[in-house]
Ligand binder design. Structure first.
Ligand SMILES: [Zn+2]
Length: 202
């Protein structure tokens, strides 16, 4: 995340499902200083804020766990304050079908979740609403979150969403825009099912 330019300082966090648990990056530790045994672990089965590990889990564990629990196909979640996604979130923008890659996130839009204070269950609830039938959303005045079937795919999706955000923002600056119709996005969604988003490990 650092080398891809997605991160600013210690903002952002990553989680992955693993044997009924959520492994999540700890709170407030620079990514460069992270060691494997600093990763916090929380149950994906039981509610509550109990965790295992020497460091507290990211303050955003609520929405990481809610997303992983909402859709079993998601096994990894990435949250960043990447620049262009955050700019659009400050404008409370929904990204429209300005590029066919919008379909990589499950439909013809990427929505912006309503604002709530960081680290709250209200923010988590707002994100689940915005991610209905989608694998990503912007988060008002905050950043973005993406989910994937493994860490590689979630990372790929985070980079793609930041690129899409930049392209949409710059197209808005251009002043004119042609959006793709819904039936074209349906075709792309179908094509992505058969050969989109493959990683080397599969
Ligand atoms: Zn954040």
């Amino acid at each position: 995340m650092n080398s891809s330019g997605l991160n600013q300082g210690t903002s952002g966090n990553i989680s992955a499902a693993y044997h009924g648990k959520m492994l999540i990056s700890p709170s407030g530790i620079a990514y460069d200083d992270l060691e494997p045994d600093m990763i916090a672990s929380m149950s994906l089965v039981h509610e509550g804020d109990h965790y295992e590990g020497p460091c507290k889990p990211s303050s955003e564990w609520h929405f990481h766990r809610a997303i992983l629990k909402s859709t079993p196909a998601y096994e990894a979640v990435i949250h960043t304050h990447s620049n262009y996604a955050t700019v659009l979130s400050i404008g409370r923008q929904t990204i429209p079908a300005c590029h066919y890659m919008i379909a990589a996130f499950g439909g013809n839009t990427v929505r912006c979740a309503d604002y709530a204070t960081f680290g709250t269950t209200e923010l988590s609830d707002n994100i689940l609403v915005a991610m209905q039938d989608r694998s990503a959303c912007l988060m008002a005045n905050h950043g973005m979150v993406v989910a994937g079937s493994n860490l590689d795919k979630a990372m790929w999706a985070a980079v793609e969403l930041e690129a899409l955000s930049r392209q949409y923002y710059q197209a808005r600056m251009l002043g004119s825009m042609v959006l793709l119709p819904n039936d074209e996005i349906d075709i792309v969604l179908e094509k992505f099912k058969s050969y989109g988003l493959q990683t080397k490990k599969e």
